[in-house]
Design a protein around this ligand. Sequence first.
Ligand code: GLU
Length: 469
Amino acid sequence: MSDRPVVTRIAPSPTGYMHIGTARTALFNWLYAKHVGGKFLLRIEDTDRERSTEPAVQAIFDGLNWLGLTPDEEPVFQFSRADRHRAVVQEMLARGSAYRCYMTPDELAHERETARAEGRVIRSPWRDRGEGNYDADQPYVVRLRAATEGETLIADQVKGDVTFQNKDLDDLILLRTDGSPTYNLAVVVDDHDMGVTHVIRGDDHLNNAARQTQIYQGMGWDVPVWAHLPMINGPDGKKLSKRHGAQAVSEFDDMGYLPEAMRNYLAKLGWGHGDDEIFGDEQAQAWFDIKDVVGAPARLDWAKLAHVNNHYIREAEIDRLVGLVTRILKSRDWPLHDGDEAILQRTIPLVRDGAKTTLELADNVVFALKRRPLELPEKAIGMLNDETRGRLARLAAVYANVTDWSVPVLEETNRKFAESEGVGLGKIGPALRAVLSGGSPAPDLAGALVSLGKPESLARIDDALSRAA
Ligand code: GLU
């Protein structure tokens, strides 16, 4: 099998939102495929017609798209392949690796009881009875004729060797009485037909790997390489749930995390490259090997995610951040005006260093987008005594003559002004900041002045000075 080109896949069931664990599984499949120059595919496991929904399918597409984990081929929809699944079962019947089982519900219930009492798995009498001896109209299921002795070995790339005693595995149903294929059958047929060489998925499927191996063997097909990934738990080590903050990929988007930060951070959940915290896709693809994934559950660590996200916010193109912040402001019904884009262009570079998420980035720019006259917080109004007003007026006169409205020039201007007044900057700074920002988060004085631009800065100071004392 080693000479087959590597093909990995994710096979989510579209029954809800896209879980962050599915995203991490997708990432590892994608990284491994890229690492070896193979392909990464997507299969939508929509055979459960009652639970599968169109919005859930869309959530998978959107989640992968947002994360930048693009499959290399069109997605495969499992339900549409039911005829092929049935055809494979016919072939297994012909090969003798499957048989029709005509046990009635009563017989099955009785066998179940006996098996439980005898401490064994159920066995169908039809396994060795051969066909005949039955009424052709009677309903039947098709079962796998699995080995009853020996063991099935799963040489798992993450978990190590896991052996299953064949006597503990019953003859799996492949087709139900209504002719519908069962889950394990569909997975095997699809993975085989898609040329999947490496099945990398959550470790809740480890037991299925033994069942699925037997189906591969029943068809004489190559068994894929298995790699079962441990869960992502919450920070407290318990199963990730609502109370930990987020589970769905879309929630991480909504919370202001960047997709490249998610890729970087998720790669660290169960895998890593030494102590490296920050690495891009190229490095991850070059370094990643499925064998290096650790078997113990990973824990979501919000502080680490914030740290990684802040790094990518500081690296991002300003235009992109302007777009993201605009989207957030719109979602908050913030009234945007012509000219605001230019303000964002100027402000974002001055405030992004402190932002852990794009939501915080949006919080940090609103001071610059406010419309005059600003509402001032009580505290700021209290600061505007005669002395401060006098100083602000003299400072405004100095600003009026500044031609190069830039951070270094304004810093110098402020310093010199304080000197000429014979006071520390601390005497003017807080009031000026409040007057410029209306009490919202804002960068240092010079940064706030540059964000606003000269005319707006002077106008905001003027507004404050003309307030009735
Ligand atoms: N459809 C399964 C799930 O969503 C995954 C099956 C697989 O990866 O083999 O858990």
